[in-house]
Design a binder for this molecule. Structure first.
Ligand SMILES: [Zn+2]
Length: 391
């Protein structure tokens, strides 16, 4: 089982400069490779293999104009060329659009590290080639501090280490191979109803509230709106003819806005991880979720924003992969399964139930129950039936 871990970096100023240099060089190599492929493609030839391109690139490094390329670790450019060739291959297979150049302003600065040479200590990661000197105090620059201690295991096999910049901070992501657990959970299965009022209602009686209704989020969102308005106002004030001019204050507030936005996503995603991990840690035999298309159908103007803020897709994704890690059966209910319209006591289907009816009252047996909780009970039953039909 492969897990991918992402940890924030805490580089010092010298390291920051190096990081941007590396990312810029990776972009240069990527664009150079795309340009070479384009030339070939326009002349009617097919594809230059990444091996040939790399040889060509090594020759390029020997010329005076491109000598600066030698300051950057070989693996960075090697992988960038490989990435470019891979997008080209995908294009030929019809899997993506015609490859574009990476724009300095629009693309995300990132580069690759060699998965064999990369090293982690409990607190630092070793990046290749920041300093060539063997002296110990010079070697220090190669070790970048990690924001989380002991999050990434030391001394194991790493795959595809990448370092990226998100506009505020640098991050390292790396794949790690874990042994598969063979413990099969035996606790009662659980059905989960996802919604707007609450994030998740579980059939075992646990409810997880909608984080967007808490005061921290509301406060941040107010701040975001205010800043957004003031920024767009200043854009218009500073407009010179057709051109927008950004003052240093503009840039400052833009960064501030980006920070608030990141903070909001962080709080939301952190909450999702806490919730999904808690559900998984109760070790149910199976988990049933509604078909996601059902959530889509609920999409009207007012709800779609609320759904987007709840990040239900992300919830779904997390439950899915965390179930797989823990040998929990993940079941997706059929999209026509009437989870909220069915009475959990007698099975009567109330077709007249409206979205505004929060309490379900069964006309057949008089059962009175919270609508969302009942939906989760129905989903749990659905899961039981699925498992019975397999066995
Ligand atoms: Zn009933």
């Amino acid at each position: 089982m492969k897990k991918s871990i992402k940890v924030m970096l805490l580089p010092n100023n010298k390291q920051k400069t190096k990081l941007f240099q590396y990312a810029n060089t990776a972009r240069f190599a990527y664009n150079w490779a795309i340009a070479r492929e384009q030339e070939k493609y326009k002349n009617g030839n097919k594809f230059i293999s990444d091996n040939d391109l790399r040889k060509e690139f090594t020759e390029l490094k020997k010329t005076e104009e491109y000598q600066w390329l030698n300051n950057i670790s070989n693996n960075v450019t090697k992988q960038a060329i490989k990435d470019a060739c891979n997008t080209y291959k995908r294009f030929f297979k019809g899997q993506c659009k015609y490859p574009k150049f990476k724009n300095r302003k629009k693309s995300i600065p990132s580069f690759y590290q060699d998965n064999i040479k990369i090293k982690f200590s409990n607190t630092h990661v070793k990046v290749e080639g920041f300093s060539e000197s063997k002296k110990q105090n010079k070697q220090k620059i190669n070790w970048i501090k990690l924001a989380e201690k002991k999050r990434i295991p030391t001394n194991c096999k790493y795959t595809n280490p990448r370092i990226t910049f998100d506009g505020l901070n640098w991050w390292i992501s790396v794949g790690i191979e874990y042994e598969n657990s063979n413990v099969i959970p035996t606790n009662q299965g659980v059905g989960i109803d996802l919604g707007i009022k609450d994030l998740a209602i579980c059939s075992d009686g646990n409810t997880y509230k909608n984080i967007n209704k808490t005061s921290i989020i509301k406060k941040l969102k107010r701040k975001e709106r205010r800043l957004q308005r003031s920024i767009s106002r200043k854009y218009i004030q500073n407009k010179k003819g057709e051109k927008y001019c950004k003052t240093s204050n503009n840039i400052k507030s833009e960064k501030e806005l980006l920070k608030i936005k990141k903070r909001l996503t962080n709080i939301r995603h952190n909450y999702l991880h806490q919730t999904t991990t808690e559900i998984i840690n109760r070790k149910p035999m199976f988990i049933v979720l509604e078909d996601l298309a059902v959530m889509n159908m609920m999409k009207n103007k007012h709800l779609s924003k609320a759904i987007q803020e709840q990040c239900l897709y992300e919830f779904y994704r997390q439950i899915q992969y965390k179930s797989e890690w823990n040998n929990i059966k993940f079941i997706e209910a059929d999209r026509y399964f009437p989870s909220s319209k069915t009475c959990s006591e007698c099975g009567y289907i109330n077709k007249n139930l409206k979205l505004s009816d929060r309490i379900y009252i069964c006309p057949e047996c008089g059962n009175k129950i919270d609508r969302d909780y009942q939906a989760s009970l129905n989903l749990e039953k659905y899961g039981e039936n699925v498992l019975k039909s397999i066995a």
